[in-house]
Design a binder for this molecule. Sequence first.
Ligand code: AP5
Ligand code: MG
Length: 222
Amino acid sequence: MRILFLGAPGAGKGTQCKRLAAKLNLPHLSSGDLLREAVKQGTPAGVAAKGFMDKGQLVTDAILIDMFRERLSGPSCANGFILDGFPRNIAQAKALDSLLEELNAQLNCVINLEVDDSLLSDRITGRRTCGNKACAQVFHIKFAPPKKEGICDDCGAELTQRSDDKEDLVAARLKTYREQTQPLIEYYGGKGSLQTVSGEGEPDQIFEAIMTTLNTNCLIKK
Ligand code: AP5
Ligand code: MG
């Protein structure tokens, strides 16, 4: 099963993809997580990416395309994958099309998580993430608070705020999304693989709606 998630910053892509990856036993490939790890490690891709991420802009296509070519061609993705955050513009979508053609594979489903703009800013600025890389559990100060403030329920490590989750960057990230990523809804709509699922409400309900969509419209096999 090869699934792609679209959705604005804060729509809940990471939250739902994590659950789905566990349920379907598929790798969850989050472009943002991969880039943040590259920045942390100080790799050439990370060094090049940081300036763009700090401004809420898209990182150069070539960096993302190389990153995903390497992963999607590898053995861990042989039985499928869940893409979160890549592709993010038309050029990346076309590069993914070519790559899938080379691999003789196709996307089974593109899920667009739809959330009203008015909810996104709160979701983004309230997000806190466990600093322990092996855990990386995501919380929210209002909507999914940890039992003890600032501490991960699962492993006890300190929670951190993503550097791009500050109020002053939210507008820039949403603008980038509108201008460059939203056109992908039409792109995949035209291919007939797009399913829209509401990303509003309780995460459990949203997950159920995603599973129903996959089972009903995407002929999920496992
Ligand atoms: P990335 O990390 O992909 O960020 P994003 O797309 O802005 O999306 P987010 O991770 O902010 O939101 P999400 O939808 O995953 O929401 P989450 O589930 O965490 O990208 C970061 C940067 O990297 C980009 O700005 C760009 O610079 C670069 N980049 C990445 N990919 C790129 C690419 N392909 N090309 C070029 N550059 C690229 O949820 C958010 C919060 O809400 C959490 O706290 C969660 O607990 C809470 N929440 C989730 N669901 C609900 C719910 N139903 N109700 C209430 N709260 C909820
Ligand atoms: Mg995310």
